[in-house]
Design a protein around this ligand. Structure first.
Ligand SMILES: [Zn+2]
Length: 437
């Protein structure tokens, strides 16, 4: 199919025949047709590019063109001044944050970490290290001690386990990872391995937490009181689909553990003189069960879907005057998502991990292309040099994003990451990362 096209144009090369230039358009179109015919039942769609990767300077890329760390540190200082104890108002103003700084990221441990998760984890540690180094430089030769900087990874162990859910009368029920014996252990070793490597490479300590820690925070009862009082408004804002606040809890009857996924049957009881605030939840087999907001052990049973969790977490962290919380999140949870589902409720692109929404066999072609290491850290270790070499390449690339912040404000194709990680496009120079050789 391709040979006649090249011969028609003279078969030698573009520089040898000015009269009949090679028709690249037809050749590329024929290449697309060829690929489609190779695997007609599961066709491969070709896209071409000229390898001229560009980092356009607009919006966030322009605003944070030269530095991301300094503007964020100034914001943290500003937060401290705003919430400063009035007794301290006579003291000299601070110019570096004094509270511990915690860089947060999270993941659902329902697969071996894929490249999107590795990118977020690497960036969290790279950013933490950059913040620590900047604070050390700022306080060198002064009487100030820089605050500690750490990374905290929160596992969403309340994500639904595949094959354990059911639907009754249009209401969906799920079993969460933490309630299915053995479900969490499958991939947890891979996460611990990745986090330990990144901690070593960055010299940044890290902690891991689970959802019960989150709901056990001392501020949670009062936040839940606010959120459940406004459940009608917040339900509409946080769940455009069902219009209900998606709080849930596993049925407490031994061996059941079913949770009503979207909280559509919940009822909220404001306090009265004889009773306390409580939430009544519904099990399709055992009927209603209750969580009293005054009882920390019962509150720790609660689970929330992603937008509700995002709001609760942000409120809790905003109220915390003992530490600063900075969050690193994937691009699909940035932008409009935060504007519509967090900033608005606070004031009054396909992602790799979206296993729920990816069709069966959705990643099979990555095996054909040899890029399936992007789907799983476990596979990545087999595909790239053995051991941690693949992760080391992601870490090195994140070093470039840290050094050159405009790279944060653009979309990155899976093809580009494949080039970086699978070894076709390993770039040196600007992104040289300490501790990785
Ligand atoms: Zn039950």
């Amino acid at each position: 199919m391709l040979a006649p096209l090249a011969e028609e144009s003279d078969g030698v090369g573009p520089s040898s025949s000015a009269s009949s230039p090679i028709n690249y358009h037809e050749i590329l179109a024929a290449t697309k047709d060829l690929l489609l015919s190779l695997t007609p039942n599961n066709p491969i769609y070709a896209a071409f590019h000229d390898d001229q990767v560009h980092d356009p300077l607009g919006a966030g890329a322009y605003a944070f063109r030269h530095d991301l760390v300094e503007p964020i540190l100034l914001e943290l200082v500003s937060d401290e001044l705003l919430s400063r104890d009035p007794d301290l108002t006579g003291k000299p103003p601070i110019n570096v944050p004094t509270r511990p700084i915690i860089i947060h990221a999270g993941a659902q441990p329902n697969n071996s970490p894929h490249c999107g998760t590795l990118v977020v984890f690497c960036y969290a540690f790279a950013f933490a290290r950059a913040v620590r180094d900047r604070l050390q430089a700022q306080t060198a030769g002064t009487h100030l001690d820089p605050p500690p900087v750490s990374v905290e990874i929160t596992f969403v162990d309340t994500a639904p386990v595949d094959g354990e859910g059911l639907e009754i009368n249009g209401i969906q029920y799920q079993k969460s990872y933490r309630d299915v014996p053995g479900a969490l252990e499958t991939y947890m070793g891979d996460y611990q391995e990745v986090l330990s490597l990144l901690s070593t490479w960055s010299s940044i300590p890290f902690t891991t937490t689970f959802q019960s820690h989150f709901f056990s925070h001392p501020s949670m009862p009062s936040i839940l009181r606010y959120v459940t009082t406004h459940h009608l408004t917040l339900g509409r804002q946080l769940s455009p689909k069902h219009g209900k606040l998606a709080l849930r809890a596993a049925c407490p009857v031994a061996g059941c553990s079913l949770a009503e996924k979207h909280g559509r049957l919940n009822t909220y009881h404001p306090s009265s003189s004889t009773d306390t605030e409580r939430i009544t939840l519904h099990c399709p087999r055992h009927g209603p069960h209750t969580i009293r907001l005054t009882n920390p052990r019962e509150v720790a049973r609660l689970e929330a879907n992603a937008p509700t969790r995002n709001l609760l977490r942000s409120m809790s962290q905003l109220l915390d005057t003992r530490a600063h919380h900075v969050r690193v999140t994937g691009a699909d949870y940035a932008g409009t998502y935060q504007e519509a589902l967090l900033l608005r409720p606070l004031a009054a692109g396909a992602k790799l991990s979206k296993s729920l929404y990816v069709r069966e066999g959705g990643y099979d072609m990555m095996k054909v292309f040899g890029t399936d290491g992007l789907c799983s850290y476990r596979v990545l270790k087999e595909r790239v040099g053995g051991g941690a070499e693949g992760l080391r390449r992601v870490w090195k690339e994140m070093g470039r994003w840290m050094e050159d912040p405009k790279r944060l404000s653009r979309a990155w194709s899976v093809e580009y990451l494949a080039g970086v990680v699978m070894g076709e496009k390993v770039e040196d120079g600007a992104g040289n990362v300490d501790g990785v050789h």
